[in-house]
Structure formats: C-alpha cells, structure tokens
Design a protein around this ligand. Structure first.
Ligand SMILES: NC(=O)c1ccc[n+]([C@@H]2O[C@H](COP(=O)([O-])OP(=O)(O)OC[C@H]3O[C@@H](n4cnc5c(N)ncnc54)[C@H](O)[C@@H]3O)[C@@H](O)[C@H]2O)c1
Length: 345
C-alpha cells in the first residue's frame, strides 16, 4: 500500500516505518520536526535500505497537505503527528487542542477531499483516566484526566462521527499504553527534545550521565512498592500492531484496540531492571505525587489478539536492553556525530 505517515520522523512512527518498509509498503512521511530530528531519515534508510519520501510540513497547513495528496496516490494514512506531554498540555491547553484536535480535523478534511478512506490513529490509554477496575478493556469508562487525554478522546469521537457519516470509511484507533524500548540495532530510539517526559528516556539519560538523578513522583500509592505501575510496551511490538491494523483498512467502521502487554511494572522495578542491564547506577529522589498521575494502569489486550492476531512478544529485559543499547551508542541521541557512532558500532 501507499501509506502517508504523519509525525513520520517521531519515535513510534520511525520504528513503524522500518517495519512497514520491510513488509513492502511504500511510505510518504510528513513531519514539522517539532519533536524529532531529520537525521532519523538516514537511520530509516540504513535499516531498511530505502529512503521514503519526506515532507517537512505541518498537518495544520492545508496547502502543504493537499500538495502531498496531489503528488502521491495515498491508500491509507497512519496519523502519529501530535503533542504528547501531559504536564505541558495543562499549561498550554489551546496549543494542544489546536495541534492535536484541529490538526487531525484538517487531515481528515484533506483525506475526504482526496477520497482517502483508511486511517490508523495514535490514541492513548490516557483516555481512560483513573481506572475504576483493572485491567482496562476497550469498554472501560472513558474519563480522561488531562488536556492531552481529552484531545485524544475528542479526535476518537470526531473519527467515529466521520465513520458514521461515511459508511465506506475505515478507522482504527490504537490506544497505546506506555511505549518504551528502541530498535534492536541501537540505531533508532526515543530522543525527545529537552527534558524527557517519559520514565525510560529519563532513566537512561541519568545512567549515561546526561542528567544527575531521577525524580520519582510519589512512593505512597496503593501499589506493592508504593510507586506508580504502568503497562510498558516495546515500540517494536507497537510497530507490529500498526502493520497488523492495516488488515482492517477494507473493513469500514471505527475500530478501537488497546495495545499493551497486560502486566504492570512499577517505577522502582523499572529502575532496578535498568541498573541490572546497564551496570550503571541510577541515583533517584522521591518527590511528591504529580497531579493527574494514577496509581496503576494496565491493559486487557485480548481484543487486539482476537481481531488483529497481535500480542506483545518482547519483555521488560528486551525493553531495557534495547533502550540502553540505543542510549549507549547515541549518548547525544540523533545529535551523536556519525563518526562517533561508527566507532561504537
Ligand atoms: N510515546 C507515548 O508515550 C505515547 C503514548 C500514547 C500515545 N502516543 C501518541 O503517539 C503519537 C506518536 O508519539 P511519539 O511518542 O512517537 O511522539 P513523538 O513526539 O516522537 O512523535 C510525534 C511526531 O509528530 C510531529 N508533529 C507534532 N505536531 C505536528 C504537526 N502539527 N504537524 C506535523 N508533525 C507534527 C513531531 O515533530 C514528532 O516527530 C502521538 O500522537 C502521541 O500522542 C504516544
């Protein structure tokens, strides 16, 4: 298929791109580089032997988007582009609604104009908010606790309404739990601009010496060791979830799936796993809880298993070992000079 990938140089999209290229799909990537590095394209090319088309453009830019749809015959869109920092979304709600909600609306309108009828959307477990019962199924109550989570739920609703109005449109909303890990080659991984919002990039930057210590937000939750419990899912498993979700492109309607492993790992368990794999200390301090954080959250991913044939294959050790390999080979992320990378390879 010819697939347009928005947010194409981002963390999850770049891993998915390598997987899709290997499966024989043709890709067009679009990204405004707000949270990614152009060097990702060379890594995709290195890993897949192909350099996909790339446009540096904003999905909110109608002229740029329609030029891309005019230049390429697109069969399906995988829509990763968006902002994802829960804390920042509370400080800049209008910015988040514009980028995530208005941006998605713009994309859907251009898809409609060009009669492109298949979409896979990056949703999030944050739509569930503070769970009343675990594990979370796709039927669990929706009660997002953050602006970010609300943007994801709003877009899901817009997509569902569009599917109702156009019975030939097919959409898959993938609700990711906590994506972590890196490509097993160590050539691609998560390289957020600025201070990482997610746990594993933070831990790995502490272990490599880029940051002094890890702040653990709360050790008085009702969990086994008092720290927050999350369902960490390897980015390679997520990438495979997208490949399999493409099966539904000829199946009209709005389909929703949880993508998680189904088991929870606490912050301290993750730190211990990282220390064991890297052999490096990870100094930490305990801080007060952060508003909006929940005690525990993990998925029931049975629906994805039954309907997509998808199940997470990689475990905590794989997640940590691959993250460490990426961090170790690329101490400055994608800014690491190619000569330094060659030395380490
Ligand atoms: N990583 C997570 O923890 C997580 C969890 C659940 C859902 N998601 C969602 O998955 C998607 C991908 O996440 P990621 O972790 O790869 O994040 P990421 O920041 O690495 O990737 C997002 C990409 O979108 C680009 N982008 C942002 N706004 C854009 C715009 N208006 N136009 C064009 N490009 C734009 C960024 O430059 C970035 O490359 C996001 O929609 C995110 O909300 C992520």
């Amino acid at each position: 298929m010819n697939i347009l990938v928005t947010g194409g140089t981002g963390y999850i999209a770049s891993h998915t791109a390598v997987k899709l290229l290997a499966a024989g799909h043709q890709l067009v990537l679009v990204d405004n580089l707000a949270n990614s590095n152009i060097a990702v394209l060379d890594r995709i090319a290195l890993l897949s032997g192909q350099k996909p088309h790339f446009y540096q453009a904003d999905i909110g830019n109608y002229a740029a988007l329609s030029a891309i749809f005019t230049a390429h015959q697109i069969d399906a869109v995988i829509h990763f582009a968006g902002l994802k920092a829960v804390g920042e979304s509370a400080q800049k709600p209008l910015h988040y609604y514009r980028e995530n909600v208005a941006g998605s609306l713009q994309l859907l309108e251009v898809m409609q104009e060009f009669a492109v009828k298949s979409l896979i959307f990056s949703s999030s477990a944050t739509v569930y908010g503070d769970p009343r019962e675990l594990p979370l199924t796709e039927q669990s109550p929706i009660q997002p606790q953050s602006v970010y989570g609300r943007t994801k739920w709003m877009v899901e609703q817009i997509i569902a309404d569009h599917c109702s109005a156009d019975p030939s449109f097919s959409a898959v909303c993938l609700r990711y739990f906590n994506p972590v890990g890196a490509h097993p080659s160590g050539l691609m991984g998560e390289d957020p601009n600025g201070i990482p919002n997610n746990l594993l990039p933070f831990i790995s930057q502490v272990a490599i010496g880029r940051r002094e210590q890890l702040s653990v937000f709360g050790n008085d939750y009702p969990t086994a060791d008092g720290t927050g419990v999350r369902d960490y899912i390897h980015v390679q498993d997520l990438a495979e979830g997208h490949r399999l979700a493409l099966k539904l492109t000829n199946n009209p309607g709005c389909h929703r799936f949880n993508l998680g492993t189904g088991s929870g790992v606490s912050v301290l368990e993750m730190v211990d796993a990282f220390r064991a794999v890297s052999g490096h200390p990870v100094p930490l301090i305990i801080c007060p809880r952060r508003t909006g954080d929940v005690a525990a959250c993990y998925a029931d991913a049975a629906k994805a298993q039954h309907e997509l044939g998808w199940q997470a294959q990689l475990n905590l050790t794989d997640m940590v070992a691959d993250t460490w390999r990426w961090q170790h080979l690329n101490p400055q992320g994608y800014q690491t000079p190619p000569a330094k990378l060659k030395e380490k390879l």
